[in-house]
Design a protein. Structure first.
Length: 72
């Protein structure tokens, strides 16, 4: 099974709660063959082809995009 981690640069800021819930969202999406999910009012949209994740903690459509890396 493939695994992914956030590829954060030095100047990237991600709230601690979104970072903590990332692994649960990723695991659920991979296990259920989905690209998006909601964990504790935080939306995660994964694009595994572009190696990106869009995260929205508010729910109003303003997503922040972060890069992800594939780990073996």
């Amino acid at each position: 099974m493939k695994s992914y981690v956030l590829d954060l640069k030095k100047d990237d800021y991600i709230p601690q709660n979104q970072k903590k819930l990332f692994k649960y969202a990723l695991e659920w999406c991979i296990n259920n063959n989905w690209n998006s999910c909601k964990v504790n009012r935080t939306y995660y949209n994964f694009d595994f082809d572009k190696l990106e994740v869009n995260i929205n903690g508010i729910g109003y459509g303003n997503y922040n995009t972060y890069k992800i890396k594939e780990m073996d």
